[in-house]
Design a protein around this ligand. Sequence first.
Ligand SMILES: [Fe+2]
Length: 602
Amino acid sequence: MRWNSVYGKLLKFKRSNRHITGTIAGCAILLSLVWIFSTYQVLLSMTTPSQLLTDPFLQMPAENSVRVVWFTEFAGSRHTVIYGKDLNKEVIATTTQLSRTREDSRSQVKGQTKDNLIFTQPTIRKIWRHEVKVENLILGERLPYYVASVREDGEKIDSAVFTLRSAPSEKQALKILLTSDHQLMPMTAANLEKVVETVGKVDAIFHAGDLVNIPDRASEWFDDDRGGAFFPCLQGRARYELEKNDVKTVYKGGELIQHAPLFTTIGNHEVMGRFSMESSLNEQLYDAYPRTAAQQLYPTEDETGLKNNSFNTDTYEEIFTLPESHKGRKKYYAVTFGDVRLVVPFITNVWRIESLNADAKGRYREREQDLNNPAAWGYGQHIPEPIVKGSVQYNWLEKELNSPEFKQAKYKIVMFHHPPHTLGGNIVPAYTDPVQIIERNADGNIQAIRYEYPKEADYIIRDVVPLLEAAGVQLVFYGHSHLWNRFINSQGMHFLETSNVGNSYGAAVAEKPRKVPAGYQEDYAATGNPNGLEPVMPTIAPILDENGQPVPYIASNDLTVFSILETGAGVVSSYYFDTRLPQSQVVKFDEFKLKVPAITQQ
Ligand SMILES: [Fe+2]
C-alpha cells in the first residue's frame, strides 16, 4: 500500500509537472551521452597509436616538385605537409589504405615474441598511406618540411623537421647510395648508420631489390620488434642489437630517405605468391604460380582474381611512388636524376631451393607427392615479367635506350635485381623460362618432373646485355646473391653487385661450390661466374683469405659493404665496416671510374 501510494504520488507529480520531468530526462540523456563520448575518447586514445608509423620520405623528384609520403596506423581526419623557409606553407595529403598488408604466425610485432602467440593465421593490418606533391619548388633549393597527422580524437601528431628538394640540375655533383637486399638482415642497420657517418646525407638511394623478406607482412616494412624493419633502418629509427664476440651494439640505421629520394626495383622478395588467409605468409611468398598455369586451372576475367591465383607486386606498388612506363607502370621505368639516366627493368625470377630431394619443390624438380597434382607444382624458377627479345618489356627497354633522355645523359646506369655476372649462388641456373621435362613409365604414369635451363637462352646475357653494350651503358647495378663483387667487359661497361649489406650467402668458390644437379642435360656451374667475365680485384684494399692472399670479393657475415656513386668525379667507391670491431673505422677498399664518352663530357 505504501509503495503504491508513493508511485501514485510520483505519477501525479509527473502529470502535473510534465515540463520538469522532461528536463530531468533530457539532462540524464545528455549526461549519458557525455559519459559515453568521454569513455570512447579514453578508449580511442588508449588504442590509437601516439606516433606516426614512419617518418616522411621523399619520392619522385621532378623539375619543380617532389612527393612526400608517410604512413599511419590510423585513418585520421587531416594529414598535411608543412614546408617553406618559415614553415608557413601547408598542403593536404591524399590518403589511401594498403590493401594486402597482414601479420601472421611468424610476425614479430605487437607483443608476438614467438610464433603463433597472437596471430595464429594471416590477419589484415590496417595501414594508411599519405602523399603530398609539393610543387612550385625552385630547382636545387633545399627547404625544411615536416608532416602532421590528426587522429580521429583530434590529437595532432607532428614529425620532426627534415629537408626536401626537387630534382637536382644536370650540373650538380651528387652522392648516390647503391644498396640492395636489406631484408631485415642482421647488419643492415649498422650498414646504413655507417653510410651517414662516412659520407653524410646522400642525394639519392638506388635500391636494387629485396627490400624485405615477405612483402605482405606489414611489420617487416614498419615496426618489426627486433628493430630492423625497412623504414626504420633507412630513417635512422632502427634499434637493432647486433652481438659479436659477446659484445652487443645497438645500431639505429641512417636518416637518409627523409631528405633524399629512394628509387627501387623489384626483387624476388617483392613478388607475393597465391593469396590465402589460411597458409602462412612465408608459404605464400614461395607459392608464386605462373599466370598461364593459373588461367588454365582457375579461368577468370578478373585481374585481382588472376593475381590472387598466381602472384602480385601490389604491396610494393602501393607503398612506393615511382616513375612509370606506359605498359610496365611502376614495375619498370626510367628516370633522369641530375646527370644520371637510371633505367630500371623488372628482372627477377621466383627463387626456389637447389635441393634434389624427393620433397623439394625446387628449381630443378617437383616434389614426388605432387607429381599428379599440377595445382601444387612450383614450375621451377619461373619469370614473372618477360624480358625475352620481342616481349613488351624488351621493346620498352630498346625504345628507352634510343630515347633522347637516355642518349643525352652523362651517366647511363641500369639497375635490376638478378645478376648478369657474379660469384654468388643465385646466378645458376640461367635466367630463362624453365623447360619442364615430364618422365613417364611404360604405363604413362609420371615418374619425375624436372626443369632444365638452357644456358644459351639466358635472356639477360643473350638479349639484354648486348642492348646495353650497344647503348653505351657505363654501369649495370644489381643484387640478389648477398656479396660484393664487380666485373668489367671489353668495352669498359662495369657490372657491380654490392649486396653484402645485411648478411652473405657466400661466393661459389672451390671450398664452397654451388649445389648443382648431376646427370641433367645442362652443365650447371658449381663455381665461379658462369657467364665468363672474371671478377676484378678491389683497387685499394682487398680483403685477404686465410692464406693471406687477396680475394676479388667480399662474402661475409661480419663485414658489411656499401657503395657510393659520386657523379662529380664519375667514381664508384666501395667501403666495408667490420661489425666485430664496433669502434673501428670504415675502410674504403675499392674505387673505379665510369667512362664518359667525349660527346657527353661537360
Ligand atoms: Fe633476391
